[in-house]
Design a protein around this ligand. Sequence first.
Ligand code: AMO
Length: 448
Amino acid sequence: MSTRTLVKNLAALPDGPVTVAGWVETVRDQKKVQFVILRDESGAVQLVNPATRDLDPEGVSVGAAEALAMTEQISALAHGSFIRVTGELKHDERVKLGGIEVKIGTLEVVTEANPETPIAADSSLDKRMDWRFLDLRHPKQNLIFRIQTTFEHALRQYWIDNEFVEIHTPKLMASASESRAELFEVGYFEGTAYLAQSPQFFKQMAQSSGFGRVFEIGPAFRADPSFTSRHATEFTSIDAEMSWIDSHEDVMRMHEELLVAGFTAVKQKHGAEIAEVFGIELEVPSLPFPRIPLEEAKQIVADRGYVIPRDDADIDPEGERQISAYVRETYGHDFVFLTDWDISLRPFYHMRYAEHPNLTKSYDLIYNGVEISTGAQREHRIDVLVEQAKEKGLDPEELEFYLDFFRYGVPPHGGFGMGLARVLMLMLDEHSIRETTYLFRGPTRLLP
Ligand code: AMO
């Protein structure tokens, strides 16, 4: 690989020869001097060239002819072109961009960009998504995905430190994994397959397989026709499942510790950049996160004067914002577990309280007013599980492969699923998961 110095590493070098490579962000072509801002994945640096103009190429020295050619090459540089430059690094306090510049020695245009950039800083989100590969060149977008990397790495580290096994479950399935609603069907040879809505069944399978504790970070698909800021048809789901729990309380304890590990790593590595680029002082949440039973939360919301319009025992997005505001005011916390959901709102595999058969041992985790996760203790007793499936109108025959996991022994267990893009959106106070998803997929977006 040809040697190049990342822009972020230039400042630490002494004055002298360097090679940098990246794309042209701007060209300032002045009469006597030319400036090029070159950006790479790590930052931007000013390149400088003293302009040589108006010479008669026939009557000048070789050196002057080369200088003239260089000046013309820089004048013709298109924004976005990828270039490689070798030159002299010079520290100079007067240079606004980092106090350094590189005097161009040689400049190679590696690939030339179309000169008309199709998007600008004020382009609509949808237009930016059309040109996502160019949109991602913006340092803010670049930072989001470096944060994502740090966050995921910290979650993995937490799980590895706590004896979890990483699994990769299939995304092609013979049945629905959450519900018949929002299910993508795909042609599968002579038959039909379904895209996994969640790794739910297979992370539970690992409990029967004796894995103890598992996690997965992978794609999930929902044929959800809505156009909200927090729904995608394909998203990255962060899932965990563990054996030998006493209740969903054990799952919540792991979940909150996991998030603290993720936020701590992000703050440590990117806290200063996040403050600079997003204007946010990232807070590492304190332990434990507040827990409020759903019924109580709905009463709190009602007492604040917001009437949840629907009559189906659920909490709606405005209710979630209201309960988050209450938790922030009362406990100074950005997270809240809403626990003990009514069975009508939960899937058949959630365990119910023996003493309150209408309530599940489950939770939603709300972060800054938006649901980021659902978790629960699972029903592991086969007879109860079959009853609950039937009660939900499911055909146990279709679920035979799943029910078998419970017929050959399984410990009590539970876990959660959490949307990666939602966590990042709320962490960085962005307005849509389109901003925190590498390539968003929605009802009207399959490109690029
Ligand atoms: P649930 O359906 O609540 O639970 O999904 C878990 C989390 O996944 C994210 N999510 C989505 N993100 C973007 N677009 C969507 N369309 C979308 N749908 C869901 C959310 C949500 O909180 N199997 C259970 C989890 C479990 O109990 O382990 C499940 O899938 O952040």
